[in-house]
Each structure stands twice: as structure tokens, then as C-alpha cells.
Design a protein around this ligand. Sequence first.
Ligand code: GDP
Ligand code: MG
Ligand code: ZN
Length: 313
Amino acid sequence: MTGTVYKSTGSWYWVKSKGELYKCRIKGKFRIKGIKSTNPISVGDIVDFSLETNNDEETGLITNIHERKNFIVRKSVNLSKQTHVIASNIDQVFLLITIDNPPTFTTFIDRFLVTAEAYSIKTILVFNKIDSYEIEQRAEILYLKDIYEAIGYECIEVSATKNINIDKIKEMMTGKVSMFAGHSGVGKTTLVNAIEPSLNLKTKEISEQHKQGQHTTTFAEMFDLSFDARIIDTPGIKGFGVVDMDKDELGDYFPEFFALKQNCKFNNCIHINEPQCAVKEALENEEIAWSRYKSYLQILEGEEEHYRTDIWE
Ligand SMILES: Nc1nc2c(ncn2[C@@H]2O[C@H](COP(=O)(O)OP(=O)(O)O)[C@@H](O)[C@H]2O)c(=O)[nH]1
Ligand SMILES: [Mg+2]
Ligand SMILES: [Zn+2]
């Protein structure tokens, strides 16, 4: 049988196949080439399994994992060299952005986008709380939309509390596996509950109470929605993961830089002081946004730590 992993609590995996959930375990030691992770299988994985009967209980035995389209990791809590796969096979992430309460800065957006590009995960920019903005903040949204749409990122304005464009978000989610990200307070929980009131995702209050207890581990979980859409919730998991990249690789994750790279004189151009740099020329001609270039420099010049983004919530 073949199914999708919806939840994992360490030794057991809940796998959904044709609408049924099966409690499965792994056979022996499972290794995936290229990944040193503490968990061999994650939420979102597509697996093959066979059924067995143990003490009257019918459980599954996972025998194979299908190749992942993408996956996100975080550093393992205990073993610094090892990573923990949070989720895999994610179709899209909705990055929630608010201009105020809280402010979301372009450096944050760009760091997020770089990481998502590195993980091959499509990002949609969602400007939330549009019901609450004055003219200046609306102008800021239009300005940002211009920048990001020109690069190729889809943008949408919504209000989770006033139910504006929620139907459009649902349309975009149909048939796909989605995640929601953004600063604390931008309205992720509110939006997800507006999309699917019956889901009743754990609110921040509950997960924070959780944290006050002993060292508790939270796990990602996949949920089926009522309109042929699935979401992966990662309560209490912070940290997009570890992206280690070389200096001349960073520009490849800025799509508008990458598109121009072939026109730079040097093929290993990092677009700073090199002569005949197509990116710098485009910047002077205002074809590339200064805010994007500023973010690029910041990430490039940052310490190694800065390559690690902590942005999922
Ligand atoms: N005015 C307005 N407030 C919102 C909107 N969406 C969320 N909020 C408020 O923003 C606060 C934080 O929302 P929450 O969903 O907890 O954010 P999260 O931390 O991203 O999950 C709450 O007080 C919400 O009522 C919106 O579209 N408009
Ligand atoms: Mg929340
Ligand atoms: Zn260049």
C-alpha cells in the first residue's frame, strides 16, 4: 500500500491511504542518501507499507519512502551536527506580511524567500490586516507588491478578520499541501481558522502554556481541510532550517539577480565590485529594487549565523 505521513511521534507514523489512517512503524534502520537526519521519515512523506497484525492490533510496516520533492529541516536539539526534517513535499508556503502590528521588514521577507528558494518551495506573499491600514500603509503594500510581483512572486491582500479574499486563498490552496509562515502576530492562526473554522488549530496561548512545562517536543502535523486542501501545522517549531551556501551561490536565490548573471563579465560574479556587472547595472537603472540589493548584501556580509533563518512559527 502507498500513503502519506500525516503525523509522527518518534517511533510511530500515522499514514493515510485512501482515506484511512494506519499506525505504522519503520523496518530496521532506515537511511536516506544525502540526509543526516535524526528522523528518517517526516510528515508529508509518501511511503509504501504493508499491514501486519500485532497482538490483535493491525499496524503497518513502512518498507519504502518515495523521493522527496522538497523538505525543510531544523537543527536537532541535542546533536548539533544532525538535522531534523520538519516536513516534506510542501507545495507552497503562504508568507504573511503586515505593515504594522507587527511591522514586517523587507530584509525579513528576503531572507525568507532566499531560504524558500534554496529549499525549492514556492512562496506566496500574503498582505494581511488590510482592513486596518491608512493611506500610507496601503501605499507601502502597493510598493512592495510592485517589487515582488515583478520578480515573479504571487501577492495577495487579505483580511483574516473581515473575511476579505479568503475565498481566493482557498482557491490557491485547492489540491495542494500548504504551510503558513510569518512573524508572530501577523495573523496566521486567525487566517487558518477563517479558512477552516472547524479545524480549530492550537492557538499561541495553548502552545506557550505547553512550553512552560518540561522540555516538550512538538511535532508537525498534516490536516485535511474540507475543500480538497491540506495544511501542515508546525506548532512551536521555530527555524526554517539551516542553509549553508557559498558566497557566489547566494545570488542564485534572488531570481532577478540569477536571470541577469549570465550577462555579468565574470561567471562567478558576486555583484559587488566586479566590472561589467549586469546586476549592478540593473540596480543603477532601477530595474532591481535597492531593498533587494540591500538584503543581498546583508546576508552576504553576515556572519555564518545569519545564513540560518529563524522564521517559521
Ligand atoms: N485588524 C486585523 N487584525 C487581525 C487580522 N488577522 C489577525 N488579526 C489580529 O492579530 C492578532 C494576532 O493574530 P494571530 O492569528 O494570533 O497571529 P499569529 O501569531 O500569526 O498566529 C490577533 O489579535 C488577531 O485578531 C486582520 O485581518 N485584521
Ligand atoms: Mg498563531
Ligand atoms: Zn554581477
